[in-house]
Design a protein around this ligand. Sequence first.
Ligand SMILES: [Zn+2]
Length: 233
Amino acid sequence: MKYMPTPSKLTTHVFMVGSGQLSGINDCCVYAIFLQNKDVCLIDTGTSNGGAIMNNLKQAGFAGKISHIVITHSHFDHVGAAWQFKNIFKEAKIIAHKLDADAIEGAKGTEGRTAASFYHETYKPVKVDVMLTKDSEDMTLGGTKITFLHTPGHTPGSISAVVVDDGKKVLFGQDVHGPFMDEFKSSIQDWAKSMKMLLGLNADILCEGHFGAYQGKDKVKEFITSHLKENNF
Ligand SMILES: [Zn+2]
């Protein structure tokens, strides 16, 4: 899919502000939710291009602060730049699942689970401020309701988030496509279960971690189903 060179607006309050094209070659797709109180909740951070993402945020009308950073899983292309945002916004709360938190926080022996060596970079760990532990958890951040779902598979602590905006259900699924590796502690059985649960949400927009945003219930369904089929589910 072709990306626009400027941040793309998906709904009134949801923008894509980072990606391989928008911020840096190895970056995952980084999304911003503009909360009711005008603060921003980031979904993932990319590798190390916080400055480019900040510029994109400003282009999208950002003038407040980043109050929350959701880390969908422990991989470097998703969490690498978290420390850069924490440097600017010291009060920002990092939200992640307990099962990936040790790798995000740089615990000894978890290096392989950040995949940083794949990018030939050194990972700078950050502290997880809000530890998710449940299958599903609703939170109101800056006046905006966000539902967090535990969607293990790609990694044990992978999460998805759902927000309703303009009457549309926006699903931040991130690495729906995998891959699955022992080094990541992937479980393809868990993944298939997670994907079936995400299909059941009937989301209007899927914000994916590397393939961009899929708009329309049919497109979302088609994307997830095609990956299930590819893996013989
Ligand atoms: Zn990943």
